[in-house]
Design a protein around this ligand. Sequence first.
Ligand code: ZN
Length: 324
Amino acid sequence: MDKYIKQWHELILNCNFDNTYKMVWSKALIELSLSVGVDSKEETIVFNFNEIATLCLKYYWNQTIYFDLVQSPNLKKPPEIITSTKKLIKDFFSNKGSLQPVRFEKVDFKSLSLEKQYETTVRSIARTLRKDVCWRFKKLNGVDHKIYDLDDKKENVIFHSYNILKLRSYSDFLFTVINYRWTQMLEGFNYSPRISSKVRAIDEDNVKRGALGKFHKYLDLTFEDGSRKCFYCGDVIYDADLSVDHVIPWSYMFSDDLWNLVYCHKGENSKKSNRLPVEEDILRLDSRNARLLEKMENKSREYDQLQIAVEKDYVRQFWTSFKG
Ligand SMILES: [Zn+2]
């Protein structure tokens, strides 16, 4: 392997960490290397902290708005960049008047009157990168790996163009190494299932919510008189107002499982978002699952999965881990 790329590889895989800053930092630099024009092999290429910070914000925004992944082991003191990202997301939801997640790349901050907040966030991320991350990333076991230079006031990160060309040709490899290491870190401080699928789905812009209509025929089995009732308020639901809800939030599970799905009124569903279900909901879901299992024919895949969920007490286990 090329010596320069080998340095990157080792820094990514062996860096120490209190949070995932080094992952967004290195990923941003490699993404930027793909977007600059290189005219000769002997020039210098300069990235400023604001453009790096914008990409870091993008990565954290997407992981947070869909899955609320925790980026450091200390829950009581979240990393500054995460706090400012979350604040921007909160402003976004409130100005848009909806809790529907949207990818960073598709958000128009200007039209939501959030331009100022957006710029403040980028600047504060840039400050943290300058202060804490840019020089730390290239240090390993006391050795400073000169993979890039920082100018005296740390206004810019400076590369030789021949190194940019190397980063470019190895970008797929390095992105894979970063995602691997990032996932490994996240698994250390997130209890939610499917971390690596979540990281990959975000990266590939493939966060799809499946259609839940196929679960109606099972959910219908528990209503003896044929009228569907809301899991939360108990009232009858008319078709126009029908929605299927994940009791333990989808963002946590990243999966549609019959044992976790119930009918509810549309309005209640959109208000609920990532709310933690209360114990009473969990008890009712347990007994619903037991009833549903009795009503189902024991020859379907869904039956087998529900049976496993009931036997292994998934409802309570995932609820407990979600509560943290
Ligand atoms: Zn209801």
